[in-house]
Structure formats: structure tokens, C-alpha cells
Design a binder for this molecule. Structure first.
Ligand SMILES: Nc1ncnc2c1ncn2[C@@H]1O[C@H](COP(=O)(O)OP(=O)(O)OP(=O)(O)O)[C@@H](O)[C@H]1O
Ligand SMILES: [Mg+2]
Length: 340
């Protein structure tokens, strides 16, 4: 079946292009169907289905070894899938790998920065790799150095950069050719809180420019802050997908944890505290449940304990973590994935 797609404007540098593809929904920039991948006896992806609409960000959330980087590597044509299909802007990652590489930018978990070149030289070299003229390459490098707040360190060798600066340079490198689709593989892993915030701001700006982004992360907070939709990856399968609100409706917006005083009866406290996603650890004397985050609900829980004559050593309220998500969705903690 031949289907004529409307001409779509991607961005100025990619001008207009058209694709004929009966499989792809033209609204999707990334489409994955039944993707499987194993490394020898290690089964990593077990039939992955995923869609990312144009101009939106999907966060692929999962613990170490869940298969995030493997998914990104398949989408960016670095490794082939064993089974299934993946398309980027309608191009098949196996049969049309060259076309896919023309429309994507990749910031890996392991940065592609040349240590011995300065930030500016790294960028200009990347420009040459993309066959930009010397002048265009210089212009784009300066633009990116400004945009990523790297102006001051632009002429220092990259080996003198901090982790945060290096990440920013790596992201800038992947944007040299203004790709309409970006893969950001754990772009904030290992960054301190301030560098993480700077990176978030940069990513938000990219979203404003209309890029389609697939971001991987181990942090629910990051996915919540940045992404339009979140897909939770567990041992090579998507176990939940939706907006951050839909996901939070499942896991609760906040979690209250109380540590029961040594002089009080823990078992009795455990009977009194009930609610969604209850977790307890008798050794640590910790009890926790999901709440809607309201003061009233927290007060109700505390009143219940005190009125039974039980003392609380400490109390904390925290946002749900990846572990909370996994506990609610699978009944177990997030654990390093894959089976052999
Ligand atoms: N080239 C390879 N050869 C053998 N095993 C591999 C290879 N690449 C990945 N794996 C295994 O596949 C599994 C998934 O790895 P992957 O890197 O996709 O996980 P991830 O979700 O990105 O984890 P992390 O959060 O640690 O980056 C892991 O068990 C890993 O050891
Ligand atoms: Mg990874």
C-alpha cells in the first residue's frame, strides 16, 4: 500500500522533506514495535513497544541494566535489534540507517568529548565531520558555546573540565547539525545538584525549540520535571506508560515515612498505619505509605499513631522515587535488570 504523507517542516536546516511510509503514524517521531535484543545468553529487550510524538519528550525510566542504553543504541543505529522494528521520523533503523543518522543527535552515557582539544576545537571538529564549511562550523560553535554557557572555558582543553561542563559540551556536540530528534542517555547522571539544574534548563530550552527527545533516567523527579510522557522500563519490558500525572496517580504524589520509637510497639504501629503502597522495615523500625501530600492526610496518620500511645522517633515526607514506582507497579524494589 502506498500512502502519500503530507510534506512536513522539520526545522530550517532540514528544510522540507516527505516520506512514504504506511507503517508509521506521521504524528510519531519515534516508533518501536516488538523490539527484542539479547547479548549471547543475556536477554535485554523482550518485545518493546514505544512511541514518541513529534515535538515531545518521552522519559524512559528504569534502574541499572533495565535496557535503556540498549534501546538508545538500537535507535541510533549503533547496534541492530534481533527482532521487531524501530523507526525514527519514518526511517527504519536497520534498512535506512544512514537516513536515521542524518536526523538524530546522541548524547551518550559515556561522553564523546576529545580530552586534548578545547571545547571550541571539539565543536569545530564535529562541524567538519558534518561537512559544514569552516565558517559555518565556527559560527555554529560560537552559538552553542553561548547557548550552553561554555564561553569562559571555550579555549581550555576539555580534560580540565568538570563533569558538568563536560556533559554540556557533549550535548552541544550532538547538536552541531541541529538534529530534530535527540537521544539523551542519562544526561545528568553523576552531576551535582547545581549542574543538574543547569542541564535541566538547557534541555527545557531544547524542548521549546521543538525538538523531539528521548531521555533516559533513573530519577522519577527528572522524568517528572522534564518529560511529557514517562515509560517505565523493567527487565526489558515497558510496565507502565503515561503522563507524569497518570504515573503519580498510581504511586501517590508523596510518601510519608515514620520511624517508630524503640520504646513503642512496632507491630501495633504497623497495624494502625494503612494505605496505598505500604512498606515496612522492622529492623529499621520504619513504616511508610503513599499520601496525596496534603497536611490533613499526614495529620490523620500521625494522630492515629499518637492516639494509640505510640511514640515516633522521626518523620519525613518525600517525593516518590524510582523504588516507590517499582514497588507500586511490580510489588518489588527496582533491581538491576535482565535475565540470562
Ligand atoms: N555489548 C554487550 N554485551 C553483553 N551484555 C551487554 C552489552 N550491552 C549491554 N549488556 C547488558 O545488557 C543489560 C542492559 O544494559 P543497558 O546498558 O541497556 O542498561 P541500562 O538500562 O542503560 O542501565 P544503566 O542505568 O546502568 O545505564 C545489562 O545487563 C548489560 O550488562
Ligand atoms: Mg545506560
Amino acid at each position: 500500500m502506498l500512502q502519500i504523507c503530507p510534506v512536513r517542516r522539520l526545522n530550517s536546516d532540514f528544510s522540507e522533506f516527505c516520506y512514504n511510509n504506511p507503517v508509521l503514524n506521521p504524528d510519531n517521531a519515534i516508533e518501536i514495535r516488538g523490539l527484542k535484543k539479547s547479548f549471547k545468553k543475556t536477554v535485554v529487550l523482550k518485545g518493546l513497544d514505544l512511541e514518541v510524538k513529534r515535538g515531545t519528550m518521552l522519559a524512559l525510566l528504569g534502574p541499572n541494566g533495565a535496557g535503556k542504553t540498549t534501546t538508545v543504541r538500537i535507535l541510533s543505529t549503533l547496534i541492530p535489534p534481533d527482532e521487531g522494528e524501530a523507526r525514527v521520523l519514518g526511517f527504519d533503523v536497520v534498512r535506512e540507517a544512514r537516513r536515521v543518522r542524518e536526523v538524530i543527535g546522541l548524547t551518550g552515557q559515556y561522553a564523546a568529548v576529545d580530552e586534548y582539544l578545547t571545547g571550541r576545537e571539539n565543536l569545530e571538529m564535529m562541524g567538519r565531520l558534518y561537512h559544514l564549511s569552516r565558517e559555518a562550523s565556527r559560527r555554529r560553535s560560537s552559538e552553542l558555546l553561548g547557548q550552553f554557557d561554555l564561553g569562559e572555558v571555550a579555549d581550555r582543553a576539555a580534560k580540565t573540565y568538570s563533569g558538568g561542563l563536560r556533559r554540556r559540551l557533549d550535548l552541544a556536540l550532538s547538536l552541531m547539525a541541529k538534529p530534530p530528534v535527540l537521544f539523551l542517555d542519562e544526561p545528568t547522571a553523576g552531576l551535582d545538584p547545581r549542574s543538574r539544574l543547569t542541564m535541566w534548563e538547557i534541555i527545557e530550552k531544547l524542548m521549546d525549540e521543538g525538538s523531539t527527545i528521548l531521555l533516559t533516567t533513573q530519577h522519577l523527579e527528572e522524568a517528572d520535571k522534564l518529560a511529557d510522557r514517562i515509560a517505565v522500563l523493567d527487565r526489558g519490558k515497558i510496565i507502565a506508560a503515561g503522563t507524569a500525572d497518570e504515573l503519580k496517580a498510581k504511586v501517590g504524589t508523596e510518601r510519608i515515612e515514620v520511624i517508630i520509637d524503640r520504646g513503642s510497639n512496632f507491630k501495633k504501629a504497623a497495624e494502625i498505619i494503612t494505605g496505598e503502597g505500604k512498606q515496612m522495615d522492622e529492623k529499621e523500625r520504619s513504616l511508610s505509605v503513599s499520601t496525596d501530600g496534603s497536611v490533613l492526610e499526614i495529620k490523620k496518620i500521625l494522630d492515629g499513631i499518637y492516639s494509640a500511645g505510640i511514640d515516633i522517633e522521626s518523620m519525613s515526607v518525600h517525593k516518590p522515587t524510582l523504588d516507590d514506582v517499582f514497588m507500586r507497579l511490580t510489588g518489588r524494589e527496582a533491581e538491576e535488570g535482565t535475565e540470562t
